[in-house]
Each structure stands twice: as structure tokens, then as C-alpha cells.
Design a protein around this ligand. Structure first.
Ligand SMILES: Cc1cc2c(cc1C)N(C[C@H](O)[C@H](O)[C@H](O)COP(=O)(O)O)c1[nH]c(=O)[nH]c(=O)c1N2
Length: 219
């Protein structure tokens, strides 16, 4: 027991957000996301941990249907390319999956990483230079959980060509687009991951993933 633990109902609320968060692709409602709600989830993202407190992220809020259409067109091509890598039943199943909600979601959000945000030497990034990118992923997860608590669905779309995403959003060379997200209110949240429901892949047992003291070792 810790004096610093949340009250039981607060703790339960946090776990509820974690376990009921879903990747949302197909159930977006057209209702607009109020600015104050968007600001709250962006503030949650901005309070993520970051290497050397670098805060390397920017948030590009995309609402223009023309920009969304451009990105969706790239998704369609990338999706065909990915589908071609599977064969037989797997390919047929892949083709049935809905893997984005770019046009339906009222807000799209690109979270980027400015790798030069705080000068060439960053506390904690010297020996593992990808730490700034991982920091941006922490921001994504904060946003994803806060959005769930707000009743907003979030879907991550990575079936995109990075160069075309850069071009569509005017992202300069030194900035890395880390995540392209679709965000909006939803008709419902699925109870289990859609990929699990569709028979693509199941959640692995935790005990197969936890090692003690060394890789693959047992105590
Ligand atoms: C880095 C990264 C990239 C992607 C995803 C996630 C992450 C973390 N996911 C969502 C992914 O399929 C989903 O998280 C898992 O299937 C588990 O489901 P829940 O998120 O628990 O609903 C995802 N989903 C999708 O439909 N299209 C996509 O391009 C991607 N890309």
C-alpha cells in the first residue's frame, strides 16, 4: 500500500481507459469535436514524458476535406501495396479489414518529432538517438487514453508513404511525422481489438512475454 496511490475509483477509471481504449476505424460520427475538448486531449499529449524534457512534438490538426482526400488517396495506394504482400485467405481477410477513418473522422492529427528541438546534445539521447521518436509515441498514447475518457475514438493510420504525407502536410525535411491519427466521436467502442475479432491475430498471453533477469531466462 502506498500513501500516493489513487483512490480506488480513480485507479479503476485509469484502468478503464487503458482496457477500453480501441483503435477506431469505422464508427466515426460526424459531430464536430469542440475546441476545448481538442485542447484537453492535446494538453494530455503535451504532458507526456520526453527524453531530456525535449518535448519534440508538434500537432498538425487537419480538418480540410481536400487535405484529408489527398491523404486518403495515398492510403488507398499504400493499402493495395500492403495487400499484395499477403496471399490466399490472409489476403482476402486483409482486403475485408477497414484500416482507416481518414475522411469520416472530423479531425485528423499528425504528431511530428522535431529532432533538433533542443540543440545537438540532448540529455539522455546521446547513446540511443531514437529516444526523441519514442517520446513522441508517449504523447500519442497519452492522447489516445485521454480521448477514450472523453468518449472520442482514435485510429492510427500508418499505411501511408512518408514522403507523400510530408508533401500533403508541408512537413520540412528535419521533422519526422511519427503518427497520423483519426479522431472523433464514435457510435460505439469495440470490446476487443478489431484485428482479434476479425481473426487476424489474438492477444498474446502475458506470461509468455515476461522474462526474469535475462532474455528468455527463468528464475
Ligand atoms: C504504431 C501503430 C500503427 C498502427 C496501429 C497501431 C500502432 C500502435 N494500428 C492499430 C492497431 O491495429 C491496433 O492498435 C491493434 O490491432 C490493437 O487494437 P486496439 O488498439 O487495442 O483496439 C493501425 N490500425 C489500422 O487500422 N491501420 C493502421 O495503419 C494502423 N497502424
Amino acid at each position: 500500500m502506498s500513501d500516493h496511490a489513487f483512490a480506488p475509483e480513480e485507479r479503476d477509471a485509469l484502468y478503464k481507459a487503458i482496457f477500453s481504449r480501441r483503435d477506431v476505424r469505422g464508427q466515426f460520427a460526424p459531430d464536430p469535436v469542440p475546441e476545448e475538448v481538442l485542447t484537453r486531449v492535446l494538453t494530455a499529449a503535451h504532458h507526456a514524458p520526453s527524453v531530456g524534457f525535449m518535448q519534440p512534438w508538434n500537432f498538425i490538426v487537419v480538418q480540410d476535406p481536400a487535405v484529408k482526400a489527398q491523404i486518403h488517396a495515398d492510403f488507398s495506394q499504400a493499402n493495395e501495396e500492403e495487400a499484395a504482400l499477403f496471399t490466399g485467405e490472409r489476403k482476402a481477410l486483409y482486403s475485408r479489414l477497414k484500416l482507416e477513418g481518414i475522411r469520416e473522422a472530423p479531425v485528423n492529427l499528425c504528431i511530428t518529432c522535431d529532432r533538433e528541438r533542443s540543440g545537438p546534445v540532448v540529455l539522455g539521447r546521446t547513446h540511443i538517438p531514437t529516444m526523441d521518436l519514442y517520446s513522441c509515441v508517449c504523447a500519442v498514447q497519452n492522447l489516445w487514453l485521454a480521448a477514450r475518457a472523453e468518449g472520442l475514438g482514435v485510429g492510427w493510420v500508418s499505411i501511408l508513404h512518408e514522403d507523400r504525407l510530408r508533401e500533403a502536410l508541408g512537413i520540412p525535411e528535419r521533422i519526422v511525422p511519427v503518427a497520423y491519427l483519426c479522431l472523433g466521436y464514435v457510435s460505439h467502442f469495440h470490446e476487443t481489438p478489431e484485428l482479434e475479432k476479425a481473426g487476424w491475430r489474438n492477444r498474446l498471453p502475458l506470461e509468455d512475454l515476461v522474462f526474469r533477469d535475462r532474455w528468455g531466462g527463468t528464475t
